[in-house]
Design a binder for this molecule. Structure first.
Ligand SMILES: *Cc1c(COP(=O)(O)O)cnc(C)c1O
Length: 456
């Protein structure tokens, strides 16, 4: 395997200083802001094939059998030259995720068609894998033995799997009792050292910061700029799947805001490289109970982070002080996207609707459809426009949420739940408990077959 030249530079997004030896927390040594990967070759256009050649190269690799080409991240390695040996990357064949049509969800949102790119179809069930293969490969190349993260669940699941593949140790800090079972199970299975701390995500992040100062652990939270590089390839893969015709809108959920920042970086770079000729708007949706970006934009015009005490059943976006808020604000400005918030009941209904399309996703992912409905109602999205939802996690990540929803016990105390009670009930499918007699089943089948009884 040919070795790529590592032409990536780490540059501070605040003061613009290049950081040759980044600190353990990936903060700028001058101003403390986040770093991002920046490529000289993009500026000088050196050693980089033209857009048409890149597209052809990436297409050809789809028939290759080498591990890096089988990865939906490293197949696009020309736009992430961050490792010296592409043949040595730690990969679980991440990326390569499908695009689905969502006809029922489209109708519910008032659109003619609606597409979803399902990042929950990654190896550990969330988009985090696309970033993890990138950053963990860098960690291994740098000779680290330990990697670590604070997590609402999916980052730890992903990190633990990739660390196991690489023969590395991993430290997971998660908030006690506020994590979906499907996600907690994964780091245990993959052999991580898993600590549940009596605090929230932001508290876990604080503690981890102290630990990495005193022990050589490579930090794999999304402040790690190499994770953003891996995650941006989802945008590249999406454009390839759409035959390089950019949609009007891409809608993503926002928690720590690394993902929307990554997708936005990918879009902007593709535009610079001539791979797409116009930018989709990137719209970000948050849970109303974890709406730091919404408040940051509305109250300060995006100038200052307004932190919140995060509370939502969509645990993947239960984050009050998003690390990548500044990157996200810039993506909104650069693409003309907006940020919107949705209630718990709106998320629950949207999740059920995506399920009724035969797809399913985790609660945080469903915030996209819930938010899209609002954006259509506001006129930001028009009925004939092309929209792609980014579904970030797999439906099996949080089975407890799904089960409680269908039983009707998920939102008992919710104000917005009362308002939408009829709509909620229409989507609920609790299991029916019957005696073990065929007559009971037949009666049920007849009732369900009556006109007007079709669920969808
Ligand atoms: C991590 C995660 C998010 C939030 O992504 P950020 O990069 O933190 O904004 C949303 N959905 C799922 C399923 C996730 O795992």
């Amino acid at each position: 395997m040919a070795s790529a030249s590592v032409s990536a530079r780490l540059v501070c997004i605040g003061c613009g200083q290049e950081q040759r030896e980044p600190a353990a927390d990936f903060r700028c040594s001058h101003c403390g802001d986040l770093l991002e990967v920046n490529y000289r070759l993009f500026d000088e256009r050196r050693n980089l094939p033209a857009a048409a050649q890149l597209r052809e190269l990436w297409r050809q690799r789809k028939t290759s059998l080498t591990p890096a080409d089988l990865s939906g991240v490293w197949r696009f390695r020309e736009v992430l030259p961050i490792v010296a040996q592409v043949g040595e990357v730690v990969s679980l064949r991440e990326g390569n995720t499908p695009i689905y049509e969502l006809p029922r969800s489209a109708r519910s949102a008032g659109l003619k068609t609606l597409l979803a790119k399902h990042q929950g179809m990654n190896p550990t069930g969330s988009f985090k894998d696309t970033g993890m293969t990138a950053a963990l490969s860098v960690a291994r190349e740098r000779g680290f033995r330990w990697v670590g993260c604070a997590s609402t669940g999916n980052t730890s699941a992903s990190m633990a799997a990739y660390a196991a593949r690489a023969g590395m140790r991993s430290l997971v800090l998660i908030p006690e009792g506020k994590i979906a079972w499907g996600k907690l199970a994964q780091p245990l299975e993959y052999g991580a050292l898993t600590c549940q701390l009596r605090t929230d995500f932001d508290g876990c992040m604080r503690v981890l910061g102290e630990v990495i100062d005193r022990f050589p652990i490579y930090l794999l939270n999304s402040v790690n700029p190499y994770r953003i590089e891996g995650q941006k390839t989802a945008a590249v893969e999406l454009m390839e799947q759409l035959d390089w015709r950019a949609p009007d809108h891409i809608v993503a959920p926002g928690g720590n805001l690394g993902n929307c920042s990554a997708l936005g970086k990918g879009l902007l770079e593709m535009q610079r490289l001539g791979l797409i000729d116009r930018l989709p708007r990137l719209d970000v949706i948050q849970a109303a109970g974890a709406n730091a970006l919404v408040r940051t934009v509305r109250e300060t015009g995006g100038k200052r982070l307004v932190g919140v005490a995060a509370e939502t059943l969509a645990t993947a976006i239960r984050i009050g002080n998003p690390a990548s808020w500044k990157k996200a604000v810039r993506v909104l400005e650069a693409t003309g996207g907006v940020v919107e918030q949705v209630s718990e009941a709106e998320i629950a209904i949207a999740k059920a609707e995506i399920g009724e399309d035969g797809i399913g996703c985790e609660p945080a992912s469903a915030a996209t459809l819930a938010g899209l409905k609002k954006l259509v109602a506001q006129g930001h999205v028009r009925a004939g426009e092309a929209v792609v939802l980014i579904l970030t996690g797999h439906v099996l990540k949080d089975p407890e949420y799904t089960f409680k929803f269908h039983q009707g016990s998920l939102l008992a105390e919710e104000e917005s739940g009362k308002k939408l009670e009829g709509e909620l009930r229409r989507h609920q499918r609790a299991p029916v408990v019957l005696d073990a007699k065929e007559d009971e089943i037949l009666r049920l089948l007849e009732r369900e077959s009556e006109p007007g009884q079709g669920k969808f």
